[in-house]
Design a protein around this ligand. Structure first.
Ligand code: ADP
Length: 409
């Protein structure tokens, strides 16, 4: 006991007074001693009371300080967690044992455009796929993994139950945005299906004609030559497709680089026009060049593929009239236009024609021996040069493809 000494001294004092009363019965002095003992008793009681009060205050303030320290530490830990989890690029959400969302980072809020902080997880039921996942993870108290789609985006969700000595303390949920990956996977699957389809057509034709040739012994020389020509044509088509696929697979590689050299655009155009001049002439098309001379930094091989593809298309999709190439510098760009007076392209197809294997008129493209990959390759090459390619057209009047290239290195 803390005040033993004080209480003992009071008891001793009272004992003396008591003994004095018994042994020496003088009323005056007896009253004096009793008063002195009572005063001392009163003084000690007050003193003890004050000490106890101040002790109480001290322990309350110590407790408060401790609590404040713990609160600050928790706040610090929370802030550290939030800033750390923000750099992860993944969403984090913690549902406690009572189903209240306790921790949530910025990515999580951004992914689902919802402030989850301190709400019952039941309240997120308008984000249905996420809600279903949290609900299941929370109820089964076990690890769970699922992929969900929400507003055109794909997410990979993982739940980890938290236990403290077998006591369920809640569930930690991690969310990764896998939209890019999923789209790339889908794109790859579609592309593989398209490639198989594109190759199957000429392959079936080759197989069919060669079977006729080997089976039908009564075939005459004229028919024989015709079938051989068709086999040749289809084999050439397959070769064109495979070559373009090879170019595309190189372009898709991360280490795809250009080999830039100085080249006068006028020379580049002249060289390419001379390659297809005969083709234009055979169709009765007028082909002209109005290009300003200018040295640009280009990957000549790849840019040649682009120009040749655009010129070939212009000739292939034009039955009468002209094909014209214009080039000039405008501010920091060099503008190159390849114009024709051909069948034209509907506005709704402007973007689509730059996609792999897209053709407005499949039969016509097949007749011209196109792979359906030319514009997609061209767009990629121009982009890699820091430029842009666009199209404008009037159906039955003609089409103009415009390439904008930076003039600086
Ligand atoms: P293709 O090998 O079929 O020509 P491209 O990728 O070069 O493949 O072109 C895609 C499609 O765009 C073509 O199939 C055609 O429908 C359309 N196209 C391209 N150039 C022209 C043009 N100058 N005039 C009209 N249509 C064009």
């Amino acid at each position: 006991m803390k005040f033993n000494k004080e209480y003992l001294s009071i008891a001793v004092l009272y004992l003396f007074v008591f003994l004095y009363i018994i042994l020496d019965n003088k009323p005056g002095l007896t009253i004096l001693f009793v008063l002195m003992a009572a005063s001392y008793h009163f003084y000690i009681t007050i003193k003890v009371h004050n000490v106890l009060e101040s002790d109480k205050e001290t322990s309350v303030s110590v407790l408060e300080t401790k609590l404040e320290k713990t609160r600050r530490e928790r706040e610090e830990a929370y802030k550290r967690f939030i800033s750390l989890s923000t750099t992860l690029g993944s969403g984090v959400l913690l549902v406690d044992e009572e189903g209240i969302i306790k921790l949530v980072n910025k990515d999580m809020i951004d992914f689902f455009d919802c402030d989850f902080n301190d709400i019952d997880y039941q309240k997120v039921n308008d984000i249905e796929p996420l809600y279903k996942f949290i609900n299941e993870a929370y109820l089964i108290e076990n690890r769970l993994r699922r992929q969900i789609k929400y507003k055109k985006k794909y997410y990979d969700l993982i739940s980890n139950p938290l236990f403290d000595k077998d006591m369920f303390m809640g569930t930690l949920i991690l969310v990764h945005d896998i939209t890019q990956l999923t789209n790339a996977e889908k794109f790859q699957k579609r592309f593989t299906a398209d490639v198989s389809h594109e190759l199957r057509t000429p392959l079936s034709a080759i197989k069919g004609f060669s079977e006729i040739l080997s089976r039908d012994k009564n075939i005459n020389l004229e028919e024989h030559d015709e079938f051989v020509d068709l086999i040749n044509k289809e084999a050439n088509r397959m070769e064109i497709i495979l070559n373009d696929l090879l170019i595309i697979s190189k372009m898709d590689r991360l280490d795809y680089e250009l080999t830039l050299t100085e080249k006068d655009v006028l020379d580049l155009i002249k060289e390419n026009v001379s390659v297809i001049k005969k083709q234009a002439k055979d169709k009765g098309l007028d082909i002209s060049i109005d290009v300003e001379s200018k040295i640009l930094y280009l990957d000549v091989t790849k840019m040649t593929q682009v120009i040749l593809n655009l010129l070939k298309n212009a000739i292939n999709y034009t039955d009468k009239g002209f094909v014209k190439v214009t080039g000039y510098q405008k501010d920091e760009d060099y503008i190159l236009k390849i114009e024709d007076s051909g069948i034209g392209i509907k506005e709704q197809d402007y973007q689509k024609i730059f996609k792999r294997f897209y053709r407005v008129d499949k039969a016509r493209s097949r007749d011209t021996g196109g792979s359906g990959l030319g514009l997609s390759i061209s767009k990629n090459v121009v982009k890699k040069h820091g430029g842009k390619i666009s199209v404008s057209s009037v159906v039955d009047k003609g089409t103009t493809f415009t390439i904008k290239l930076p003039v600086t290195k």
